[in-house]
Design a protein around this ligand. Structure first.
Ligand SMILES: Cc1cc2nc3c(=O)[nH]c(=O)nc-3n(C[C@H](O)[C@H](O)[C@H](O)COP(=O)(O)O)c2cc1C
Length: 206
């Protein structure tokens, strides 16, 4: 059996600690699935590379090119790992904008692991008061453990030991269990009708 996991990483720096955390979570989830004899195919969506297209889509209502491919990758995934840097004590604007352009119910019923990076551990609860409610609204099935990595968590071991590593393993195990308990997402579904086209149809039928 093979399950597809899409990682959404909203880090802006290069190299990005958000991407580092996202990769760790992807590897740990693949390991946890492997323990249950399930293969994982992991695809990474780097929102930094799509920032201009995301803004265009907010203005036009229509995703094209690489952004359309990324949206389809998210829609068809068996699970999502969503990782944002914390900006002003919440998710970043780029992270939120990506979810704003998804069609309603794209993430409904989908297992999601939420994680964030920040400069201070004092803002770790942003995952619980900002990120988790976003995915509750999107009707995702969010893993109970969220993972926050502050600058000091990376330390001399690069986060491979200690509290961060324990949380990564626990959260990944929870996501793997959610994935295993669900049927594999269909590869092909009905075509996505652009919002402008749906509005035009509504106008004609009135
Ligand atoms: C505009 C801005 C606002 C930030 N606000 C916060 C904040 O409120 N709390 C916090 O812990 N870190 C804050 N940070 C630090 C970033 O969350 C942190 O550096 C993050 O890990 C960067 O991720 P990246 O390396 O993937 O770009 C802020 C950084 C920027 C640039």
């Amino acid at each position: 059996m093979n399950k597809s996991i899409t990682i959404i990483s909203a880090g802006l720096s290069q190299p990005s600690s958000t991407r580092l955390l996202a990769d760790r979570l992807g590897e740990a989830t693949a390991r946890a699935l492997g323990d249950a004899h399930v293969d994982a195919t992991i695809t990474v969506v780097e929102l930094r590379d799509l920032a201009h297209e995301i803004t265009n889509t907010l203005l036009t209502g229509f995703a094209a090119g690489d952004l359309a491919t990324a949206v389809e990758t998210v829609r068809s995934a068996d699970a999502v790992i969503a990782v944002t840097p914390i900006f002003s004590s919440s998710y970043s604007g780029l992270f939120k904008s990506f979810f704003d352009i998804l069609e309603p119910r794209t993430l409904a019923g989908k297992p999601v692991l939420i994680a964030a990076t920040g400069g201070t551990a004092r803002h770790s609860l942003a995952l619980e008061y900002a990120v988790r409610p976003l995915f509750a609204y999107l009707q995702s099935v969010v893993a109970p453990t969220s993972v926050f990595a502050a600058s000091e968590d990376w330390g001399s071991t690069g986060g491979t030991h200690g509290e961060l590593a324990v949380r990564i393993t626990r959260a990944a195990g929870e996501l793997a269990e959610l994935i295993e308990g669900r049927p594999t997402a269909p590869a092909v579904d009905e075509p996505v009708i652009p919002f402008a086209q749906q509005l035009a149809r509504l106008a004609v039928s009135r």
